[in-house]
Design a protein around this ligand. Structure first.
Ligand code: NAD
Length: 260
């Protein structure tokens, strides 16, 4: 059991990648808080986890862009389980549009969810991690933390920004036992990606099949999607890694789409 009794908060865990991470952590003995905008889906996810692994799980209503809700959510977890050992800042959305048509309100919303969310959840968890002298913070980046694509100005900007925040917390937290990492997935078939397929087809004037075969998988080595299980395995690796040796690092998991 690599995370026995570790208290893990995963944002955006009512769906997709975050949900798979919550399951993987629970399967290794972690107590998992599903922190999501969608409380009903979070409750269902927490119930599924409790039933499946016999571990503790809780749902936390949290809009990661709200300092008040983030602080209240982290407080609820600490009140229930005493501390926070692992934070996975994963909640995210996607909005695609060319820059000249990108609504400023959409730009601000994207930066708020991806960057404010990462900052606020880290800020709320760090005092608990520092007090106990250990902790792991994992940010959900993307291949778009390192590579650009058309139509994704806000997403690419925000995902690049997470690398900077992770490195700063790695430097501030190193002597206090706190490690940070960024996971950079390629395309993973979740609701976030399914929503983009017709949108990109329209914007790029190509078929939906071409969006999948060319835009999403065209540069992979095997024309395969990365899976939520692949990403959950990487998230387990970072959360359970015991030393500072890998702190501040990011790892791309993309079937060879992006290599460094
Ligand atoms: P998803 O749509 O399946 O899940 C996202 C979850 O985040 C949902 O449960 C949603 O309710 C929640 N959420 C949205 N806004 C929120 C907010 N303000 N506060 C709290 N929760 C909120 O998406 P996913 O594909 O699992 O994406 C998860 C993360 O992985 C995102 O950060 C995304 O950018 C990143 N990512 C996804 C892919 C991919 O191909 N799917 C690739 C690289 C990175």
């Amino acid at each position: 059991m690599k995370l026995k009794d570790k208290v893990c908060i995963v944002t955006g865990a009512a769906s997709g990648i975050g949900n798979a991470i919550a399951h993987r952590y629970a399967s290794e003995g972690g107590k998992v808080a599903i922190a999501d905008l969608n409380l009903e889906a979070s409750r269902k996810a927490a119930d599924d986890i409790k039933a499946r692994y016999g571990t503790e799980a809780m749902a936390v209503a949290m809009d990661v862009t709200s300092e008040e809700q983030v602080n209240a959510g982290v407080r609820a977890v600490v009140d229930a389980w005493g501390t926070v050992d692992v934070l996975v800042s994963n909640a995210g959305i996607q909005i695609v549009n060319p820059v000249e048509q990108f609504a400023f309100s959409d730009w601000k919303k994207m930066l708020a969810i991806h960057l404010d969310g990462a900052f606020l959840t880290s800020k709320a968890c760090l005092p608990h991690m520092y007090a106990q002298g250990s902790g792991s913070i994992i940010f959900m980046g993307s291949v778009h933390s390192k590579e650009a694509s058309p139509l994704k100005s806000a997403y690419v900007t925000a995902k690049h920004g997470l690398l900077g925040l992770s490195r700063v917390i790695a430097k501030e937290g190193g002597r206090k036992g706190v490690r940070t990492n960024v996971i950079c997935p390629g395309f993973v078939r979740t609701p976030l990606v399914d929503k983009q397929i017709p949108e990109q087809a329209k914007e790029l004037d190509i078929s939906e099949a071409e969006v999948v075969s060319r835009v999403m998988l065209g540069q992979t080595v095997d024309a395969e999607f990365t899976t939520v299980e692949d990403i959950a395995e990487v998230a387990l690796f970072f959360a359970a890694f015991e030393t500072n040796a890998l702190t501040g690092q990011s790892l791309v998991a993309s079937h060879g789409w992006f290599m460094e």
